[in-house]
Ligand binder design. Structure first.
Ligand code: SAM
Length: 280
């Protein structure tokens, strides 16, 4: 690698070298010159360059300062890239967009070949923020990509599927083999495109409670739904949960992973009204 740089596995460094795939990833982000695109982990800048050609501005957050000379070289011809050095998870997303706000008619988007070791916290941060991106194209492990688009009743369906499908409409856009990277990862990868929903797909009334219920339901996959909820929701007792499940029309002996978004929402509403009854 140029400048004697040695990739750091602990930082998830696996650089995309295939120019065809880099271009397809950038295309998948549907960028216009009015848009600002945020890149998490620009690395050596190969994807950054493709983004800078298509968007009005790129804000790129990189944790590894040793990449500075390489990045400066790759990005020398662009004046629309704003580099931020630090841990993406510690950044204020609104502040990042403010570094280069989109032009009128443009939106804030994300495109990244993610450091795989922090995929879930990155997803949570992006999607639950007040300034969530309108669209995100993320290269992740193929197994994770399958979880994001999974339907109820499948092995891949879990709390991450519900989180992503609650906030966005996800789709698989591209599979990427290990040989497209250096160093090659041990697993296959896939790009997903997440399109932010303008309104939630279901009425949950209280999204914090909704995600508590979802996490509890998936917390102990081998247990029946009622026992998983009992184990995961410390404040709940069995009678309250049985009443809430009945009100929501959900069989308490089902497994959490068979519930659709609509059923999780109905259960959340029923738990909320059971809690309110208990307080009266
Ligand atoms: N975008 C480059 C590419 O496609 O070749 C590099 C992708 S590499 C999979 C992930 C990048 O994220 C690395 O450059 C790594 O140093 C960076 N990174 C790892 N943890 C990070 C963090 N917490 N915040 C920001 N960048 C991070």
């Amino acid at each position: 690698m140029r400048h004697q740089f040695r990739a750091k596995r602990r930082l998830g460094q696996s650089f995309l070298l295939d120019s065809g795939i880099l271009a397809r990833l950038a295309e998948a982000a549907e960028l216009s010159p009015a848009d600002t695109v945020l890149e998490i982990g620009p690395g050596t800048g190969n994807l950054t360059r493709e983004l800078a050609r298509r968007a009005g501005a790129v804000v790129a957050v990189e944790i590894d300062r040793e990449l500075e000379p390489l990045l400066a070289e790759t990005l020398a011809e662009f004046n629309n890239v704003h580099l931020v050095w630090g841990d993406f998870l510690a950044q204020d997303l609104t502040r990042l967009w403010e570094l280069a706000p989109p032009d009128p008619g443009g939106t804030c988007k994300v495109a990244a070949n993610l450091p795989y070791y922090i995929t879930s916290p990155i997803l949570v941060k992006l999607l639950t923020s007040q300034s969530a991106p309108a669209l995100a194209v993320l290269l992740v492990q193929q197994e994770v990509a399958e979880r994001l688009v999974a339907v109820p009743g499948t092995r891949a369906y879990g709390s991450l599927s519900v989180l992503v499908q609650f906030y966005t409409i996800p789709e698989l856009v591209l599979k990427v083999p290990p040989r497209a990277f250096f160093p090659a990862p041990e697993v296959s990868s896939a790009a997903v495109r997440l399109r932010l929903r303008s309104d939630p797909p279901v009425d949950v009334q209280d999204s914090a409670l909704f995600f508590q219920v979802v996490r509890a339901a998936f917390g102990q996959r081998r247990k029946t739904l009622i026992n998983a909820l009992l184990g995961g929701l410390e404040w709940a007792d069995k009678d309250t949960l049985a009443a809430a499940l009945k009100e929501a029309g959900i069989d308490p002996t089902r497994r959490g992973e068979t519930l659709s978004l609509e059923e999780f929402a109905a259960l959340t509403r029923a738990v909320r009204s059971a809690q309110a009854d208990g307080r009266r």
